[in-house]
Write a protein that binds this ligand. Structure first.
Ligand code: ADP
Ligand code: MG
Length: 450
């Protein structure tokens, strides 16, 4: 019973905090008992205990209450190993633990809304000279849907905030005009959907993309070289544009530099506004580190912030990753994130960043985690105990190395990349809903960088 209650708490918390915060603090927590008098939550260390007492207590109480649970006291106890915590008081499971508690139904998210990550908002985006134009254009679009810049074309290198910004437009529109339908997809999804609609003669493809008020297509570069899909997108584009529907596109390069983009599509993309996001300057990097630490309620000293900002210059995702590793490291060892710690660690972080991990290592690690061999993972076998690990390996190849889907398929000895797309999407969803999968993925990832 308490398991279901806690799982519902975790699900809701996950929707409201950053992924880093969630993994850092909520992983390895457990509701060990729940009575009318007291709820006892086990947390992994003293640092987490303090965070829960100071920061998360109110939210957790509220989430208990939403489920009809009103313990007078909520205590947090440290549970160091997998063993049950030592609780000094006698705890008895009483009535309220056995009365029926129906967990709240999972928030009914429409499929459209759910493709947007609620964390990607304008508020959580730090503006600096490298991205202020892009930021203003995105804000303008969210206030003048379909009329100001159409299409809005945002381009720039990896990890610089394109996805964050274009999703922020979607989230802002959903907030201000909930009646509008916003569809966010990666261009790979478009390609895949289109191919499927042909292969299986599925109907409804055109409608799905043409009956929206806002179409956001991320990573348009993946459409390069796919002529039939480009033609289809051209028609979609025209239909939407003529109806004054908003189109937002991101890509790693400006339209003129995407190889094998058909001329007519290129000229359409240049109709509206094209804006780049550049590499963030030092000030912006510092502000980002500071803001992200603040989300975890941690105040870093100036020298630590500057050290991090100086170490990772060209990719905000990596900067975030380094900060998270620092916070997790300090948390595990009960250290303060001071300059000595960061100096000792950042070298390691840099040497263990994704570019130093090979696809083979990911496959081996995942196999080993599930007591399988890499040969089994790469085999054709469809047994359930192999399929899920295989999907997790695909997911990690994507999340850690950003490999393309065809490349992922190839690493796993497969020809068809649609399986890779489905596997990655499946694990992405599972991570949100299934605590076990979430933990397994986090553990493998941790070992990869250990
Ligand atoms: P891209 O799509 O350009 O590869 P993302 O939008 O995925 O990059 O950004 C990578 C990570 O960096 C995300 O977690 C995002 O929230 C964060 N990020 C990027 N730019 C900023 C910014 N200016 N302020 C706050 N977070 C940012
Ligand atoms: Mg992106």
């Amino acid at each position: 019973m308490s398991r279901a209650v806690w799982q519902t708490v975790l699900d809701e918390v996950e929707l409201s905090v950053s992924r880093a915060t969630f993994l850092t603090w909520f992983k390895n927590t457990e509701l060990v008992s729940l009575t009318e008098n007291e709820a006892i939550v086990a947390v992994p260390n003293i640092f987490a205990k303090r965070q829960f007492e100071v920061k998360f207590d109110t939210q957790i109480r509220e989430l208990f209450e939403k489920q009809g649970q009103k313990p007078k006291l909520v205590s947090y106890v440290v549970q160091t190993s997998a063993k049950k915590p030592v609780i000094s008081r006698e705890t008895t499971i009483t009535k309220s633990d056995t009365v029926s508690t129906t967990p709240l139904p999972r928030q009914a998210l429409g499929s459209r809304a759910s493709t947007l990550n609620p964390r990607y908002t304008f508020e959580s985006f730090i503006v600096g000279s490298s991205n202020d134009l892009a930021y203003s254009a995105c804000q303008a679009v969210s206030k003048n849907i379909g009329t100001k810049y159409n299409p809005l074309f945002l381009y720039g290198g990896v990890g610089l905030g394109k996805t964050h910004l274009i999703q922020a437009v979607g989230n802002e529109i959903m907030k201000g005009s909930p009646e509008k339908s916003v569809l966010y997809i990666s261009s790979e999804t478009f390609v895949n959907d289109f191919l499927e609609s042909i292969r299986f003669k599925k109907k409804g493809f055109a409608d799905k993309y043409r009956n929206v008020d806002v179409l956001i297509v991320d990573d348009m570069q993946f459409i390069a070289g796919k002529e039939k899909t480009q033609e289809e997108f051209f028609h979609t584009f025209n239909a939407l544009h003529q109806a004054n529907k908003q189109i937002i596109i991101s890509s790693d390069k400006p339209p003129r530099s995407i190889p094998t983009l058909t001329e007519r599509l290129r000229s359409r993309f240049e109709w509206g506004m094209s804006i780049d996001i550049q590499m963030p300057d030092f000030e912006t990097r510092c502000a980002i580190v500071e803001a992200k630490a603040a989300v975890s309620d941690i105040e870093l000293s100036r020298d630590v912030i500057e050290y991090l900002a100086n170490s990772i210059k060209s990719n905000i995702r990596e900067l975030e990753g380094a900060l998270n590793q620092l916070l997790a490291y300090c948390e595990m060892r009960g250290l303060e994130p001071d300059i000595a710690t960061v100096e000792g660690l950042v070298g390691n972080i840099r040497y263990s960043r994704p570019q130093h991990i090979s696809p083979k290592q990911i496959i081996d690690r995942t196999a080993r985690h599930f007591q399988l061999s890499s040969v089994e993972i790469c085999s054709e076998k469809r047994d359930k105990h192999i399929v899920t690990p295989r999907q997790i390996a695909m997911y990690l190849l994507r999340s850690e190395l950003h490999l393309s889907f065809p490349k992922i398929a190839q690493e796993l000895g497969r020809k068809d990349h649609t399986t890779a797309i489905h596997s990655v999407e499946k694990i992405e969803r599972a991570i949100k809903l299934d605590l076990l999968i979430r933990e397994q993925v986090a553990e493998i990832r941790e070992k990869l960088y250990a």
